[in-house]
Design a protein around this ligand. Structure first.
Ligand code: G16
Length: 543
């Protein structure tokens, strides 16, 4: 990249106020007005990464579960995965570089990563429905163009759809056709095939109310509806025609507050689910006949999917390795159930799908879900080949039938990243095949009561953690205090970690009763506030 190109590139955005953002859990995130400068630097990273990998790179403009006024941008690697860790560091360096340093930072990265600047660059772009996203996408296109790269703009898509497109383009469409229609066709075909043997379809069991968080998920589900069989009845709510994105609705609201979206009408025992703002997370829930709210989060989803896959493997007579990856947020009961009842190995990874994804790749079949509903299943190439071969060649009818179901399950899953639409279809298919109601699914095990809170501190980076975020290293006295507090409650566990997407410290506690979990979470929040430089008012006890 010669000096002229860099000069033109700087001219394009030098008037924009500079901000000091770092590449976090899910890319760069902040208030939308702070993202404009960063978007140009992200364009530069994308072009360099594309030249280095000689592949298409994705850039998604979204702040996912964050409020509508926030925005963000993240890069997608060639196989639809999150950006490689070394490149996250390059992205931060380029985002923070002064204009007069830029040329030397670019040269340094090119040298370290062996980037041949003569190679072409191709970028695919997608955005969510935030009002600020369109203008940010336009800036990104200007940036890629001035840097001599080519692009394709998918416009409004869910985050997982852009991950899928990136993967399709880099696998010569082996993974699927790189269009929105290709995505709809692949998933709906797999869903129809998989549910062929389900007897419950006729009883109206595939009837679901969906809170789309007033986001992109609503648009895409409406487009996709015509591909589905009539037995799948979806009532799309929070479709963006009235409320604000993620405001009092969506998967994060439901999970954190442990209550339904405000204004969503729920009949007793009606099966409902919530997506988040860019449709990469999903949680299920219902109100029982007594009006009590029941949440089926990422842990329950992992168990439903894990047990289904394990049953199929047994029927097929296959001995592939399989594990479930969770984070520190996983409810203690879910981990116990996976290990003791399902006899599945469980691994713990740091928060952020990129960490879980990485761990899940160590197994033939890696089921990973964060408790917040973000997750998917990965299959090793060898496992996939074995299963597809058995589906074609197996002589034993029962085994072949199970292998065919497994094959359709693989096709229904978006292996590139957690995908609310794909996860929802898989869950609906499993419930139909098992002839399971949401109540039966819920009854597989009982969650320990838990509570999540957040605390504002002057600088959240003061909190450093270890043991996959289960223990605090600094400030030094904080872990001691958490241990002391936890000892006072039965079946209790608590941890704190700095958020990767918001300026806050997150607190999680679980215990034998809801009152105890609430009390412990409040006490730990106060400890964070006092020992880690809390700002504003002291955290309030939970009502
Ligand atoms: C993003 C990541 C998730 C992660 C979440 C944590 O979610 O993609 O894997 O669980 O951030 O956020 P925090 O670090 O603030 O607790 P999303 O849905 O916003 O992309």
């Amino acid at each position: 990249m010669d000096a002229d190109v860099i000069t033109n590139f700087i001219k394009l955005h030098s008037h924009l106020p500079k901000t000091f953002l770092r590449y976090g859990t899910a890319g760069f995130r902040s208030k939308a007005e702070h993202i404009y400068h960063t978007i140009f630097r992200v364009g530069l990273v994308a072009v360099l990464r594309s030249k280095q990998t000689k592949s298409t790179i994705g850039v998604m403009i979204t702040a996912s579960h964050n409020p509508e006024e926030d925005n963000g941008v993240k890069l997608i690697d060639p196989l639809g995965e999150m950006l490689a860790p070394a490149w996250e560091e390059h992205a931060t360096r380029l985002a923070l570089a002064e204009e007069d340093e830029l040329q030397s930072v670019v040269s340094d990265i090119c040298q370290k990563e062996v980037v041949n600047l003569q190679h072409d660059a191709f970028i695919v772009i997608g955005r969510d429905t935030r009002p600020s996203s369109e203008k940010l996408a336009k800036s990104l296109i200007d940036c890629v163009t001035v840097l001599g790269g080519q692009y394709y703009d998918y416009g409004l898509v869910t985050t997982p759809q852009l991950h899928y497109m990136t993967c399709c383009r880099n696998t010569h469409e082996n993974y699927g056709v790189a269009t929105v229609e290709g995505y709809y066709q692949k998933l709906s075909k797999a869903f129809v095939e998989l549910t062929k043997q389900a007897t419950s379809q006729r009883d109206g069991h595939m009837c679901l109310k969906i809170d789309c968080a007033n986001g992109i998920g609503a648009l895409k589900l409406k487009e996709m509806k015509r591909y589905f069989p009539a037995c799948l009845v979806m009532h799309i709510d929070k479709d963006g025609t009235k409320g604000r994105l993620n405001h009092l609705c969506g998967a994060d609201f439901v999970k954190v507050h442990q209550k339904p979206p405000v204004g969503l009408e729920m009949k007793p025992n009606e099966r409902c689910c919530s997506f988040d703002g860019d449709a990469d997370r999903i949680v299920y829930y219902y109100n029982d006949a007594a009006g009590r709210f029941h949440l089926l989060d990422g842990d329950k989803i992992a168990i439903l999917i894990g047990s289904f896959l394990k049953e199929l493997l047994v029927r097929m007579g296959q001995t592939l390795t399989m594990a479930v990856v969770q984070t520190a947020y996983a409810n203690g009961s879910s981990t116990g159930y996976l290990e003791a009842t399902l006899k599945l190995p469980v691994c713990c990874a740091k928060t952020g799908v990129k960490h879980l994804h990485h761990k899940a790749k160590e197994f033939d079949i890696g089921v990973y879900f964060e408790a917040n509903g973000h997750g998917t299943v990965l299959f090793s190439k060898a496992a996939e080949e074995k299963i597809r071969h058995q589906a074609k060649e197996e002589k034993d009818n029962r085994k072949r039938e199970a292998a065919t179901m497994f094959e359709n399950t693989i096709d229904l899953i978006n292996q590139t990243v957690g995908d609310a639409i794909s996860d929802m279809l898989l869950i609906e298919a499993i419930l139909a095949l098992k002839n399971f109601t949401i109540q039966q699914w819920d009854a597989m095990y009982t969650d320990l009561p838990n509570r999540q809170l957040k605390v504002k501190v002057a600088d959240r980076r003061i909190i450093e953690t270890t043991d996959e975020e289960r223990r605090v290293v600094t400030p030094p006295k904080l872990q001691e205090r958490i241990d002391e507090l936890t000892k006072n409650y039965k079946l209790a566990r608590a941890f704190v970690r700095p958020s990767g997407t918001e300026d806050a410290v997150r607190v999680y506690a679980e215990a034998d009763t809801q009152e105890n979990a609430d009390e412990l979470a409040h006490e730990v929040s106060l400890a964070v506030y006092h020992l880690a430089g809390g700002v504003g008012a002291e955290p309030m006890p939970v009502a």
